[in-house]
Design a protein around this ligand. Sequence first.
Ligand SMILES: [Zn+2]
Length: 476
Amino acid sequence: MYDLVVTGGLAVTPAGPQPLDIAVRGEQIVALGMHGAFPEAARTIDATGAVVIPGGVDPHVHYSVSFAGADSETQDHSYAAAAGGTTTIVDFVFHEMQAVPYLTPGEAIQRKKDESAGRMAVDYGLHLVLTQNPSFEAIEEIGDVIRGGIPTIKTMMTYGWISDDGHILGVMEEVARHGGLSVAHAEDDAIANWLTAKYLREGKTHGGYIAETRPALVEEAAIRRLMLLCEHTGSSLYVLHMAAASGVRALAEGRAKGLKLFGETLTPYLSFTSDALFDDANRGLLWNNYPTIKSQSDQDELWRALADGRLETVGSDHLGFTAEQRYGTMGTTVDELQAGQAGVELRLPVLYSMGVTGGRLSLERFVEVVSTNPAKIMGLWPRKGQLAVGADADIVLIDPERRWTVRNEDLHMLPDYSCWEGWEMTGKVTTTILRGDVLYEDGTYVGSRTGGRFLERTLLPAYASGGAPVAEAVPS
Ligand SMILES: [Zn+2]
């Protein structure tokens, strides 16, 4: 007798898509078998005609962030993730050297854990962001942080959270020493500042110029600096939100030299191009993100890189602000423009519709980039990211034929607009199960909004920093 059986669907397992039933006992998958193999179940979900995949893992989500005078959507809306087929997210803890009162990294992590506890609908992990120029004491805590289940340590190369290359070197050395994975926001601050000043001097202040003041060069330059630091520290590196084709090429060169590099792109970069920014009638600046969205040729290359393995994952960079917060509270000029797109609920649907239905990704590759790879790279494997015996029963059903139109009023995220409003989609998430609990069913959220658990993450050796620094290991 099983607690739950999902029967009749096309299950995408590590061995590929197969007609299999999935049997669940408690919170785990305990058996996979031919259709009809498990007739004895307390509850049976008919998945006939559906594609059945492991729950989505979004490696890049922000809840409860405050900046530029505005507070973003909170953890209380995390049930939107489940409504979009995502059962695990990784959020960020910001450690700020200049915060008053000052919190150590450990204290900042505890505060974020307290803030999230009892308010998350899906399971979650945390990245630590060491912002500004962290002190020796803050850097020396990295080992404890990694051992405490937060093995991904992020630095920022621009904005008010910028760390200079010396401090990034210090952070990456410590990450490498403790077998962690460095994570970075790669944009070259100096080049962006120079171009911004130049545009302001020329009177080009419209926020739409942001794609020109922060062009592909800004991304590529930062990625190349990070790769040099990887070479000298032996740290592995996950580059967040890659938007530029030249950045993808740089990463591939680094890999060819033996560096452990992993690349993430975002749903918005796969969906939009920078032309949207000048569309004032439709509040085009809402489409902005950092790094900036790029050209059509960049977007085409991102899709190719995702399909052929040069990029590993797709995140949402979910950050929910209202249109009024974006256009009113924050600035709209090229030097004050802010970003933030609510997208955790649409990551899987957009990737399915544009990717699988659109013929850009195989079904297997789709599952890899939205679930399996993020789970593996972020240290959540084998519990998350696969339909296999022993894994958590995080199961998502997609109706591959269902056509629907994105309407923000039908979504579960807080913001009053969606960048995907009016998009015609083919393929819809119909059911989401988290550890055996049905959270979303036939288009209705039916489950707990507070059952998500904090996950301590442990990196697989393939993704952790390890061994001698490559620069020394390779004979010259
Ligand atoms: Zn982000």
